[in-house]
Design a protein around this ligand. Structure first.
Ligand SMILES: [Zn+2]
Length: 81
């Protein structure tokens, strides 16, 4: 079982399509079992959907930083538990 921290750390690559196939499979398998990571996955996906819509008009500045900031916060929260 891959740790939540590893899953969350790799989520942005997963959404970017940059994660290796093996990691994608680990993430998908983990998400089926872990409600907490599923919640993070959903939040991240919503952020990306919003950004995707905005991208039609304008590439959002600092989005990547915000996304990584969000994921880093989740990672530190995860570590605390
Ligand atoms: Zn998890």
């Amino acid at each position: 079982m891959v740790s939540c921290k590893t899953i969350i750390a790799n989520l942005s690559d997963y959404f970017d399509g940059d994660a290796p196939v093996e990691m994608c499979q680990k993430i998908e398998k983990h998400l089926r079992r872990c409600h907490r990571c599923t919640a993070v996955y959903d939040s991240t996906r919503k952020m990306l959907v919003i950004t995707g819509d905005e991208r039609v008009f304008e590439v959002p500045t600092g989005f990547s930083e915000r996304l990584h900031g969000f994921l880093n916060k989740v990672i530190s929260d995860t570590r605390a538990h």
